[in-house]
Ligand binder design. Structure first.
Ligand SMILES: Cc1cc2nc3c(=O)[nH]c(=O)nc-3n(C[C@H](O)[C@H](O)[C@H](O)COP(=O)(O)OP(=O)(O)OC[C@H]3O[C@@H](n4cnc5c(N)ncnc54)[C@H](O)[C@@H]3O)c2cc1C
Ligand code: FES
Length: 282
């Protein structure tokens, strides 16, 4: 059985939204968990965070990054079917009453997780604070896709200050910490920022739970591709995460391993863009 696309729209010039029928996932999915989809019979496995999972459909935010994300954008439309979606995978986060819960994000996967996590945290009676960082005004998502409805307090930052506050989520987090307003912080997005966040919160002992994205293949703990060093032990981001206590993650190792296929990815992207140009699609 295929998985029908029920909605698709641009979020910005670089990110887009896709909604797909997958009732087997919506029945079991919890915040923190992800899915893996395959576009076509010969396609690669692509891990994705979930923005919403309800009414038998899952919503995802996707960045036009390389071959597969571009192919889904240019060649699949509403009514078309994906070959496969597996999930939910990974461990859910612990949803309980913490007090002031912050979620900070600065890239596409984190923006999806920001909404999904804070929605559950708000329902559990927490005071929720969302910080969503974008590069510039153009890249800020339409209002209905921001985490505003699930946040008691909502901040947007842009690098140039053209929308919201000037700077990055790290600046806002620092201010909130100085005012003693953070009981726990969750974050997702760029790995380099997550590593900095871990160092920012460490001296204050603030629990800091972040996504650790690594290259995944099977997504179930069998292949070893997403291995990380955590508290001196080997863990698999897909099976033991993808959200971990950021203070126990060896970020240097994570950053090094995350870029190990860059050359091959670049080549695949260039070849695919050439195909699209030859067909007159772009
Ligand atoms: C748990 C998890 C959640 C994710 N959530 C999202 C999301 O919500 N939105 C989104 O756009 N992306 C998300 N990603 C990353 C996403 O899987 C890649 O962007 C995607 O595979 C890119 O494929 P591509 O062919 O377009 O680009 P490629 O050119 O193949 O890759 C571009 C970059 O994407 C990352 N990537 C590629 N393949 C994988 C893989 N198998 N596993 C992990 N990362 C990979 C690498 O950083 C790579 O440099 C997530 C990854 C993980 C592990
Ligand atoms: S993706 Fe294979 S072990 Fe995690």
């Amino acid at each position: 059985m295929g998985y029908r696309i029920t909605a698709k729209q641009d979020l910005s010039p670089i990110d887009y939204f896709v909604e797909v029928e997958a009732p087997h996932i919506t029945r079991a999915w919890k915040p923190g968990q992800f899915v893996v989809f395959i576009l076509h019979e010969r396609g690669e496995r692509v891990p994705m965070s979930v923005y919403k999972a309800e009414n038998g459909k899952i919503g995802m935010f996707i960045r036009k990054l390389g071959k597969t994300s571009l192919q889904l954008y240019y060649e699949f439309n509403v009514g078309d079917e994906l070959y496969s979606i597996v999930g939910p995978l990974g461990k859910p986060i612990k949803v309980e009453h913490y007090g002031n819960v912050v979620f900070a994000s600065d890239a596409v996967c984190g923006q999806a997780e920001n909404y999904a996590t804070l929605r559950a945290m708000k329902e559990a009676g927490n005071y929720t604070i969302s910080i969503q960082s974008f590069e510039n005004a153009q890249n800020v998502y339409p209002e209905e896709f921001l985490a505003k409805p699930v946040a008691d307090e909502h901040y947007i930052t842009t690098e140039d200050g053209s929308v919201g506050r000037k700077g990055h989520y790290l600046d806002v987090v620092k201010e909130l910490i100085e005012k003693d307003r953070v009981d726990i912080i969750f974050a997702g997005g760029k790995l380099g920022s997550l590593a900095k966040l871990a160092e920012l919160t460490r001296p204050y002992g603030i629990p800091t739970i972040t996504t650790v994205r690594q290259i995944m293949v099977d997504g179930t703990g069998m292949c070893g591709s997403c291995r990380i060093l955590y508290d001196g032990q080997i863990k698999f981001a897909c099976r033991d995460g993808p959200m971990f206590d950021a203070h126990k993650v060896d970020w240097e190792d994570v950053l090094r391993r995350s870029s190990r296929f860059v050359e091959q990815e670049k080549l695949a992207k260039e070849r695919y863009l050439e195909e699209l140009r030859a067909k007159g699609v772009i």
